[in-house]
Design a protein around this ligand. Structure first.
Ligand code: NAP
Length: 330
């Protein structure tokens, strides 16, 4: 509500927005008028603004676990209004207690995505940031993984992200501002064996994000890519499950078992970072006035991306094969 100066001159006034209530006497001078107007505006600010916190709304996908869950916690801690989406809503009780709004969300189901975005716009009236984080790794040799599994990988990691982006863009264009933060992977710019579908989907996220960034520039909407390295989450068990299911016993078993062993030992080693490390980077990407286009974060991401840029394709292949053999012998 805006209060005009003339209202302040003629009547005593009580302004209230819970928990603040102030009674104002009519102003007797121009200075008092200005002070009164400042007080009224302050009272009508919401709680977040009064505390100097951002009054912004974020929708986070894949919030029931790992990086998504840690990001919701970090964003709530910075004062954002956060809508946390996932299929397993029951896994997000602690987020609700911390102040998140929960939304049931399956990024492979159009009606579910529409309902989630509608709920955000209905309840918050705006959407400032979409954090496209939901995803998983479909592993196994290309020869053995059924095409349907490859399609599912793209449905979750790419098409879900693209559809949700389509759904939030009209509101962001109307606001003249917004930010799409896409969780890709350091494996969105290099590849390793048995991750064909995963890497293909993340390379696609990177290309989509670059094209979209230029498309949205005239509307004041930015696109940022997050490239986590090895992070300790439930994602590793999903990767290893698919890998051994499809390739653990067939002609690719030596390499597949080596990778499985490597992932198991790396989970316990010092390389992987906790999801909070990525969440901290995501908060930076959300808060930066001029964000970088890409943030490599956690678990050796920076080093591997540096090597990928430095080495030829075949030299990089040799490095990846060496890692795999080390895994087999560990
Ligand atoms: N962990 C790593 O080392 C690593 C490295 C690079 C990139 N990443 C990327 O980081 C993102 C988060 O992964 P994470 O490691 O945190 O894995 P995670 O702990 O397994 O969490 C994945 C999240 O995605 C959600 N999800 C999966 N399928 C979904 C669907 N169809 N609809 C909606 N939500 C779905 C899951 O929620 P529900 O099952 O409850 O729906 C879960 O909340 C992914 O995009 C992943 O590719 C991870």
């Amino acid at each position: 509500m805006k209060t005009t100066l003339s209202t302040l001159t003629t009547n005593p006034l009580e302004v209230e927005q819970s928990p603040v209530r102030v009674a104002l006497e009519p102003a007797k001078s121009k200075t008092e008028l200005t002070i009164n107007a400042d007080i009224v505006n302050y009272v009508h600010m919401d709680e977040n603004n009064r505390r100097g916190r951002p009054n912004k709304t974020v929708l986070v996908t894949g919030a029931s676990s790992g990086i998504g869950k840690a990001s919701v916690e970090a964003l709530l801690g910075c004062g954002y209004t956060v809508f946390a989406g996932a299929r397993r809503v029951d896994r997000m009780d602690s987020l609700a207690k911390a102040g998140a709004h929960l939304v049931a969300l399956d990024v492979t189901d159009d009606a579910s995505m529409k309902a989630a975005v509608d709920a955000v716009l209905r309840e918050a009236g705006r959407i400032d940031v979409l954090l496209n984080n939901a995803g998983y790794g479909a592993y196994g040799s290309l020869e053995e993984v059924p095409l349907d599994e490859g399609r599912r990988q793209f449905d979750v990691n790419l098409f879900g992200l693209a559809r949700l982006t389509q759904l939030v863009l009209p509101a962001m264009r109307e606001q003249g501002a917004g930010r799409i933060v896409n969780v890709s992977s350091s494996g969105g710019q290099f590849a390793g064996p048995f991750g064909t579908w995963y890497h293909a989907s993340k390379f696609a996220v990177e290309g989509l994000s670059d094209a979209l960034r230029m498309e949205l520039h005239p509307f004041g909407i930015d696109v940022v890519v997050i490239q986590p390295g090895a992070i300790v989450t439930e994602g590793s068990a999903i990767i290893r499950g698919g890998l051994m299911k499809y390739s653990g016993d067939g002609p690719y078993r030596v390499g597949a078992r080596a990778l499985d062993k490597m992932l198991a030992s790396s989970d316990k080693g010092s390389l992987p970072s906790p999801p909070a490390v990525v969440a901290k980077t995501i908060v930076r990407a959300v808060q930066a006035r001029k964000p970088r286009t890409r943030y490599a974060t956690g678990g050796g991401a920076g080093l591997l991306l540096f090597l990928r840029r430095l080495l030829t394709d075949r030299a990089f292949d040799a490095v990846m094969r060496m890692f795999l053999m080390q895994g087999a012998n560990s």
